[in-house]
Design a protein around this ligand. Structure first.
Ligand code: AMP
Length: 126
């Protein structure tokens, strides 16, 4: 179900549970600000999610409430994950869904990283 509005952070959302190690994930990278792991239902040959460690619901929540260090650390981690996965040369796409119109399902801010093939049109109609 899409996220309804912003509201309060749900500390039992699936990514919060992954961060606490209560649910397994295939981690590819982690540092003090971010954790990256394979999406459970990949939509490209390579589909990784990068999430901040802090309790932020959406892009807006993250960019308004997180510290400068968290924001810089998170975005640097996204870039490092893409580079470490060998995606710089062939190219890749990053995407973040926010709220209902975008169909955000998990209310913990995350960036999708897609690669491993020609990704085609930026938006595909449902
Ligand atoms: P979004 O629609 O942007 O909120 O994306 C949520 C993503 O989380 C989807 O691509 C799901 O496949 C992915 N997802 C849900 N549960 C898990 C999980 N336990 N481990 C890894 N990825 C997950």
């Amino acid at each position: 179900m899409p996220v309804k509005g912003l509201g309060e952070y749900d500390s039992n959302n699936i990514f919060a549970r992954i961060l606490r190690g209560e649910i397994p994930s295939r981690r590819v990278y982690e540092n003090e600000f971010a954790v990256a792991f394979h999406d459970i239902a990949p939509q490209a040959p390579l589909h990784v999610l990068v999430i901040p460690r802090g309790p932020y619901i959406s892009f807006a929540d993250f960019t308004t409430k997180a510290s400068d260090a968290e924001i810089a650390g998170f975005f640097r981690a996204v870039g490092k994950v893409a580079a470490d996965l060998g995606l710089e040369a062939p190219g890749y796409r990053i995407l973040a869904n926010m709220g209902e119109d975008a169909g955000q399902e998990v209310p913990h801010f995350h960036m999708h990283l897609f690669g491993g093939k020609r990704l085609g049109a930026m938006l595909v109609a449902p």
